[in-house]
Design a protein around this ligand. Structure first.
Ligand code: R5P
Length: 307
């Protein structure tokens, strides 16, 4: 490796124009890679890299919402970058898909968390992601064979909640306690965790094993992912029944898979805010600062290793 290439900024490719890619430039030196990408009439992917990548570190930025559409083009891009001489290819997947089917709940089901990890790991040097849904899997290293770095948006979310100090934070299920407790500690809010049983894609049962015995004027439901909105809607309905006056919700990842936002507002939630890990109309918490810091750390570690 020459001194010249060592000092060059990574080349960032963002096949679906993720705002985090542009955000990185506010925190580190990057060069943006040029790419042509389209589908043939039969749906196959066409890809052409228009930037010189020989001996360069490359970063692909793509959330993995709608993962089936994105996984193959990401693999094609990564393999093409290596073939064109890239020194390394990393993936910033601010939202990591296929983390919830982490066990065979019913006989014969595919455990897609494990399979997806096996499919993409061989094509990349590293991956950075934010608040992956780690539940029965405790570390991505259990299923991903490439280097993985896990960030949390809790600090960014907590900054927002600093402005709402009297809000009771609500975790809608047991898994949420890990991030709700951290955000509560960072923002100085109280929190309360519900119990959720999922009965189907659009049906959950939620109850509070215990709830503060005082009037709650404002509550903020905090979750890692909002997909169909079923969890938030049921939780908001329950909070209304309990007598909470105003309800907001904050999440790291807003997938909003269907008419989710409307459903949530219709359930009486007055404000919905997510990070910009996935682009959506509520994605106003920028997390490019933590991603840039981690990318810099990866390159610093690699250059220390290289001596
Ligand atoms: C699951 O346990 C997650 O933490 C979220 O609560 C869940 O994925 C949200 O999904 P939905 O919006 O479809 O209820």
């Amino acid at each position: 490796m020459s001194e010249l290439t060592e000092s060059l900024a990574p080349i960032v490719f963002s096949p679906w124009h993720h705002p985090l890619a542009a955000g990185l430039a506010n925190h580190m030196d990057v060069e943006f890679g040029r790419l042509q990408q389209r589908n043939f009439p039969d749906g196959e992917s066409y890809l052409r890299v228009d930037s010189g990548v020989k001996d360069r570190d490359c970063v692909i930025v793509a959330d993995l919402a709608q993962p089936n559409e994105k996984a193959i083009p990401i693999i094609f891009l990564a393999e093409t970058l290596y073939e064109l001489g890239a020194r390394s290819v990393g993936l910033v997947a601010p939202y990591l898909a296929y983390m919830r089917q982490d066990k065979r709940f019913k006989d014969g089901e595919a455990v897609t968390s494990h399979i997806f990890a096996k499919v993409i790991s061989p094509h990349l040097n590293w991956m950075i992601t934010i608040d992956p849904h780690l539940h029965r899997i405790h570390s991505l290293d259990e299923i991903y064979s490439m280097e993985t770095r896990v960030l949390t948006a809790s600090g960014n979310l907590a900054q927002l909640l600093d402005a709402q100090p009297s809000s009771l934070l609500i975790g809608p299920d047991a898994e949420s306690e890990q991030w709700v407790s951290e955000i509560a500690a960072n923002s100085g809010n109280d929190f309360c965790i519900a119990h959720k049983t999922r009965l189907g894609d659009h049906n959950v049962k939620i109850h509070f094993p215990s709830f503060p015995d005082r009037e709650i004027k404002h509550a903020t439901i905090v979750d890692d992912v909002i997909s169909s909105g079923t969890t938030i809607v049921h939780c908001a309905q329950l909070l209304k029944e309990i007598g909470v006056k105003e309800i907001a919700c904050v999440a790291t990842h807003g997938i909003f898979a269907e008419d989710t936002l409307q459903k949530i507002y219709h359930a009486g939630v007055v404000e919905v805010i997510t990070s910009n890990s996935i682009t959506n109309p509520a994605s106003c918490i920028d997390v490019s600062d933590i991603v840039a810091a981690e990318i810099k750390d990866i390159y610093a570690a690699k250059s220390r290793l290289a001596g």
